[in-house]
Design a protein around this ligand. Structure first.
Ligand SMILES: [Zn+2]
Length: 129
């Protein structure tokens, strides 16, 4: 945890951050976000990290969303295309989803990391979350 603080990943609706999800978030930062931030050289904003079940439902998240487990974050920066390329190059991710604007530019990036099991290295376009 070099470029981020754990509070940035607390639920945006209620500020909750259960101890049970903290280890997953720390692993996400260690394996994905800190190395990407290091190479990117500019700030990364966490739009959504952990989501409590109520908030996840409110934003239309899937029932088994990795946000519920602290395994995923929605992130943006001043150059989302570059950020996406960097994460792909570094090669450490479970799921990488690009959410686009109508003009085709990247609105935000969903990225996840699993502490246990296989990281699938799946890259997809926008889908309902
Ligand atoms: Zn909440």
């Amino acid at each position: 945890m070099r470029y981020f603080e754990i509070r940035e990943f607390a639920c945006k609706c209620c500020g909750q951050l259960p101890p049970s999800v903290e280890q997953n978030l720390l692993a996400l930062v260690e394996h994905v976000l800190d190395p990407a931030r290091e190479r990117l050289g500019m700030p990364i904003i966490v739009n959504s990290g952990y989501r409590c079940p109520k908030h996840n439902a409110e934003v239309g998240g899937v029932k088994n969303s990795q946000h519920l487990k602290g395994e995923a974050a929605d992130i943006t920066c001043a150059d989302n295309k570059k950020l996406l390329e960097i994460i792909k190059q570094l090669g450490n991710y479970d799921q990488l989803i690009r959410y686009k604007r109508p003009d085709g530019s990247i609105r935000f990036i969903h990225v996840s990391w699993k502490r246990h099991g296989i990281n699938r290295k799946s890259i997809t376009g926008a889908r309902p979350h």
